[in-house]
Design a protein around this ligand. Structure first.
Ligand code: IPD
Ligand code: CA
Ligand code: CA
Length: 242
Protein backbone atom coordinates (compact mmCIF):
# COMPACT_ATOMS: atom_id res chain seq x y z
CA UNK A 1 0.00 0.00 0.00
CA UNK A 2 2.77 2.45 0.94
CA UNK A 3 4.83 1.48 -2.12
CA UNK A 4 1.78 1.99 -4.39
CA UNK A 5 1.41 5.51 -3.04
CA UNK A 6 5.09 6.22 -3.74
CA UNK A 7 4.27 6.25 -7.46
CA UNK A 8 1.65 8.99 -7.05
CA UNK A 9 1.82 12.73 -6.66
CA UNK A 10 1.50 13.38 -2.95
CA UNK A 11 0.19 16.25 -0.91
CA UNK A 12 3.11 17.21 1.29
CA UNK A 13 2.78 19.28 4.45
CA UNK A 14 5.69 20.79 6.35
CA UNK A 15 6.18 20.14 10.07
CA UNK A 16 9.32 22.25 9.79
CA UNK A 17 11.41 23.74 6.97
CA UNK A 18 12.70 20.28 5.93
CA UNK A 19 10.38 18.08 7.99
CA UNK A 20 7.75 16.65 5.66
CA UNK A 21 4.57 14.69 6.30
CA UNK A 22 2.25 13.19 3.68
CA UNK A 23 -1.27 11.82 3.82
CA UNK A 24 0.35 8.39 3.50
CA UNK A 25 2.16 8.82 6.85
CA UNK A 26 -1.17 9.58 8.52
CA UNK A 27 -3.17 6.89 6.70
CA UNK A 28 -0.56 4.17 7.31
CA UNK A 29 -0.32 5.10 10.98
CA UNK A 30 -4.11 4.93 11.38
CA UNK A 31 -4.20 1.47 9.81
CA UNK A 32 -1.43 0.22 12.10
CA UNK A 33 -3.07 1.61 15.24
CA UNK A 34 -6.49 0.24 14.24
CA UNK A 35 -5.07 -3.19 13.42
CA UNK A 36 -2.96 -3.55 16.56
CA UNK A 37 -5.71 -1.93 18.66
CA UNK A 38 -8.28 -4.45 17.42
CA UNK A 39 -6.12 -7.23 18.93
CA UNK A 40 -4.94 -5.33 22.01
CA UNK A 41 -7.60 -2.74 22.86
CA UNK A 42 -6.13 -2.09 26.35
CA UNK A 43 -2.62 -1.29 25.13
CA UNK A 44 -1.11 2.16 24.83
CA UNK A 45 0.26 3.75 21.63
CA UNK A 46 2.97 6.27 20.92
CA UNK A 47 2.89 7.14 17.23
CA UNK A 48 4.75 9.88 15.38
CA UNK A 49 1.76 11.59 13.81
CA UNK A 50 -0.96 10.92 16.44
CA UNK A 51 1.19 11.22 19.57
CA UNK A 52 0.40 9.27 22.73
CA UNK A 53 -2.94 7.54 23.20
CA UNK A 54 -4.99 8.30 26.30
CA UNK A 55 -5.23 4.66 27.38
CA UNK A 56 -2.58 3.89 30.00
CA UNK A 57 -1.01 0.45 29.93
CA UNK A 58 2.28 -1.32 30.71
CA UNK A 59 2.29 -2.30 27.04
CA UNK A 60 3.35 0.55 24.76
CA UNK A 61 3.35 0.24 20.98
CA UNK A 62 5.75 2.70 19.33
CA UNK A 63 5.08 3.42 15.69
CA UNK A 64 6.80 5.30 12.88
CA UNK A 65 4.46 4.81 9.90
CA UNK A 66 7.09 5.99 7.43
CA UNK A 67 10.63 6.41 8.67
CA UNK A 68 12.40 8.31 5.93
CA UNK A 69 9.49 10.46 4.74
CA UNK A 70 11.79 12.79 2.80
CA UNK A 71 13.12 9.79 0.85
CA UNK A 72 9.55 8.57 0.31
CA UNK A 73 8.46 11.93 -1.09
CA UNK A 74 11.42 11.98 -3.48
CA UNK A 75 11.06 8.35 -4.57
CA UNK A 76 14.42 7.43 -3.00
CA UNK A 77 13.82 3.86 -1.87
CA UNK A 78 15.12 4.09 1.70
CA UNK A 79 12.06 4.30 3.90
CA UNK A 80 10.52 1.83 6.28
CA UNK A 81 7.64 1.13 8.62
CA UNK A 82 8.87 0.72 12.20
CA UNK A 83 6.77 -0.85 14.96
CA UNK A 84 7.87 -1.99 18.42
CA UNK A 85 6.14 -3.05 21.60
CA UNK A 86 7.58 -2.31 25.02
CA UNK A 87 6.49 -3.60 28.42
CA UNK A 88 7.31 -1.44 31.43
CA UNK A 89 10.04 0.34 29.49
CA UNK A 90 11.66 -2.85 28.15
CA UNK A 91 11.57 -3.79 24.47
CA UNK A 92 9.63 -6.99 23.82
CA UNK A 93 9.54 -7.10 20.02
CA UNK A 94 10.25 -4.94 17.01
CA UNK A 95 9.74 -5.02 13.27
CA UNK A 96 11.10 -2.77 10.51
CA UNK A 97 9.70 -3.23 7.02
CA UNK A 98 11.99 -1.89 4.29
CA UNK A 99 9.12 -1.63 1.89
CA UNK A 100 10.96 -1.08 -1.40
CA UNK A 101 13.53 -3.83 -0.77
CA UNK A 102 11.00 -6.38 0.50
CA UNK A 103 13.14 -6.80 3.63
CA UNK A 104 11.30 -7.34 6.90
CA UNK A 105 13.58 -7.14 9.94
CA UNK A 106 12.29 -8.51 13.22
CA UNK A 107 13.36 -9.35 16.73
CA UNK A 108 11.81 -10.69 19.88
CA UNK A 109 13.65 -10.08 23.16
CA UNK A 110 16.01 -13.00 23.82
CA UNK A 111 15.24 -14.82 20.57
CA UNK A 112 17.62 -13.23 18.05
CA UNK A 113 17.16 -10.97 15.04
CA UNK A 114 15.93 -11.89 11.59
CA UNK A 115 15.56 -10.55 8.05
CA UNK A 116 12.72 -12.22 6.19
CA UNK A 117 12.80 -14.99 8.79
CA UNK A 118 16.52 -15.74 8.41
CA UNK A 119 18.86 -15.04 11.36
CA UNK A 120 21.08 -11.96 11.01
CA UNK A 121 24.11 -10.88 12.98
CA UNK A 122 26.41 -7.90 13.23
CA UNK A 123 29.77 -7.64 11.45
CA UNK A 124 33.11 -8.70 12.83
CA UNK A 125 35.00 -5.53 11.83
CA UNK A 126 37.43 -4.60 14.59
CA UNK A 127 39.11 -1.41 13.45
CA UNK A 128 37.63 1.92 12.45
CA UNK A 129 39.86 2.15 9.41
CA UNK A 130 38.17 -0.99 8.03
CA UNK A 131 34.67 0.11 8.98
CA UNK A 132 31.67 1.53 7.16
CA UNK A 133 29.50 3.73 9.40
CA UNK A 134 26.27 5.71 9.10
CA UNK A 135 24.79 8.74 10.74
CA UNK A 136 21.81 11.03 10.27
CA UNK A 137 20.84 14.63 10.87
CA UNK A 138 17.74 15.97 12.58
CA UNK A 139 15.63 18.52 10.73
CA UNK A 140 16.58 21.45 12.93
CA UNK A 141 19.85 23.02 11.80
CA UNK A 142 21.05 23.86 15.28
CA UNK A 143 24.34 23.48 17.19
CA UNK A 144 23.94 19.72 17.49
CA UNK A 145 23.44 19.50 13.74
CA UNK A 146 26.57 21.62 13.14
CA UNK A 147 28.58 19.46 15.54
CA UNK A 148 27.45 16.32 13.75
CA UNK A 149 28.56 17.83 10.43
CA UNK A 150 32.04 18.11 11.97
CA UNK A 151 31.83 14.54 13.26
CA UNK A 152 30.72 13.36 9.83
CA UNK A 153 33.91 14.80 8.34
CA UNK A 154 36.13 13.41 11.09
CA UNK A 155 34.70 9.88 10.93
CA UNK A 156 34.83 9.96 7.13
CA UNK A 157 38.56 10.67 7.36
CA UNK A 158 39.28 7.71 9.63
CA UNK A 159 36.92 5.03 8.21
CA UNK A 160 36.05 3.62 4.81
CA UNK A 161 33.08 5.98 4.73
CA UNK A 162 30.05 7.35 6.53
CA UNK A 163 26.64 6.92 4.89
CA UNK A 164 23.59 9.12 5.39
CA UNK A 165 20.67 7.24 3.86
CA UNK A 166 17.92 9.11 5.74
CA UNK A 167 15.99 6.42 7.61
CA UNK A 168 17.30 5.76 11.11
CA UNK A 169 15.31 2.53 11.56
CA UNK A 170 17.12 1.11 8.51
CA UNK A 171 20.50 2.36 9.71
CA UNK A 172 19.98 0.25 12.84
CA UNK A 173 18.90 -2.77 10.77
CA UNK A 174 21.87 -2.42 8.45
CA UNK A 175 24.15 -2.56 11.50
CA UNK A 176 22.18 -5.61 12.66
CA UNK A 177 22.75 -7.46 9.38
CA UNK A 178 26.43 -6.48 9.18
CA UNK A 179 26.22 -4.16 6.17
CA UNK A 180 27.27 -1.30 8.44
CA UNK A 181 29.67 -1.58 11.37
CA UNK A 182 28.21 1.30 13.35
CA UNK A 183 25.66 4.12 13.38
CA UNK A 184 25.17 7.19 15.52
CA UNK A 185 22.70 10.04 15.51
CA UNK A 186 21.55 12.93 17.72
CA UNK A 187 18.03 14.34 17.97
CA UNK A 188 16.19 11.09 17.30
CA UNK A 189 12.65 10.34 18.47
CA UNK A 190 11.54 7.14 20.22
CA UNK A 191 9.75 5.89 17.09
CA UNK A 192 12.98 6.21 15.05
CA UNK A 193 14.82 3.88 17.45
CA UNK A 194 12.31 1.60 19.22
CA UNK A 195 12.39 -1.37 16.86
CA UNK A 196 15.87 -0.89 15.38
CA UNK A 197 17.65 -0.75 18.74
CA UNK A 198 16.20 -4.11 19.78
CA UNK A 199 17.05 -5.63 16.38
CA UNK A 200 20.71 -4.56 16.77
CA UNK A 201 20.93 -5.94 20.33
CA UNK A 202 19.35 -9.21 19.28
CA UNK A 203 21.77 -9.44 16.33
CA UNK A 204 24.66 -9.41 18.81
CA UNK A 205 25.43 -5.69 18.62
CA UNK A 206 25.58 -2.97 21.24
CA UNK A 207 23.34 0.08 21.57
CA UNK A 208 24.01 2.92 24.00
CA UNK A 209 23.67 6.64 24.38
CA UNK A 210 26.32 8.67 22.59
CA UNK A 211 28.24 9.06 25.88
CA UNK A 212 28.24 5.29 26.42
CA UNK A 213 25.51 5.27 29.07
CA UNK A 214 22.78 2.62 28.81
CA UNK A 215 20.42 3.17 25.89
CA UNK A 216 17.30 5.18 26.67
CA UNK A 217 14.54 5.42 24.11
CA UNK A 218 13.57 8.92 25.19
CA UNK A 219 17.06 10.42 25.33
CA UNK A 220 17.22 11.54 21.67
CA UNK A 221 20.55 10.00 20.74
CA UNK A 222 22.04 6.60 20.10
CA UNK A 223 25.13 4.73 19.04
CA UNK A 224 24.64 1.25 17.60
CA UNK A 225 27.57 -0.92 16.60
CA UNK A 226 28.88 -4.41 16.15
CA UNK A 227 30.27 -4.16 19.70
CA UNK A 228 33.96 -4.30 18.71
CA UNK A 229 33.97 -0.65 17.61
CA UNK A 230 31.59 0.67 20.23
CA UNK A 231 34.07 2.11 22.69
CA UNK A 232 36.09 3.80 19.95
CA UNK A 233 33.00 5.45 18.43
CA UNK A 234 31.73 6.61 21.84
CA UNK A 235 35.13 8.05 22.74
CA UNK A 236 35.39 9.99 19.49
CA UNK A 237 31.86 11.35 19.87
CA UNK A 238 32.65 12.43 23.43
CA UNK A 239 35.93 14.04 22.48
CA UNK A 240 34.17 16.32 20.03
CA UNK A 241 31.42 17.32 22.43
CA UNK A 242 33.94 18.60 25.00
C1 IPD B 1 13.84 10.76 10.19
C2 IPD B 1 14.76 9.70 9.63
C3 IPD B 1 16.14 10.26 9.39
C4 IPD B 1 16.72 10.85 10.63
C5 IPD B 1 15.78 11.88 11.24
C6 IPD B 1 14.40 11.27 11.48
P1 IPD B 1 11.20 10.63 9.58
O1 IPD B 1 12.55 10.23 10.44
O2 IPD B 1 14.87 8.60 10.52
O3 IPD B 1 17.05 9.27 8.98
O4 IPD B 1 17.96 11.45 10.32
O5 IPD B 1 16.35 12.27 12.47
O6 IPD B 1 13.54 12.25 12.01
O7 IPD B 1 10.89 12.06 9.92
O8 IPD B 1 11.51 10.42 8.17
O9 IPD B 1 10.19 9.70 10.15
CA1 CA C 1 11.37 8.62 11.78
CA1 CA D 1 8.06 9.25 10.18
Amino acid sequence: MISDEAEKVLKVDFKGAANLVTQVDVAAENIIIETVGSHFPDHQFLAEEAGESETKSDYLWIIDPIDGTTNFVHGYPFYAVSIAVYEGGEALAGVVNHVQFGDVYSAIKGRGAFCNGKPISVSNTRTLKHSLLATGFAYEHDEVWARNMDLFREFTAMTQGVRRAGAASLDFCHVARGWLDGFWEFGLSPWDMAAGALIVSEAGGVVSLSNGDPFDLFSGDAVASNGHLHEQIVQLLGRDSA
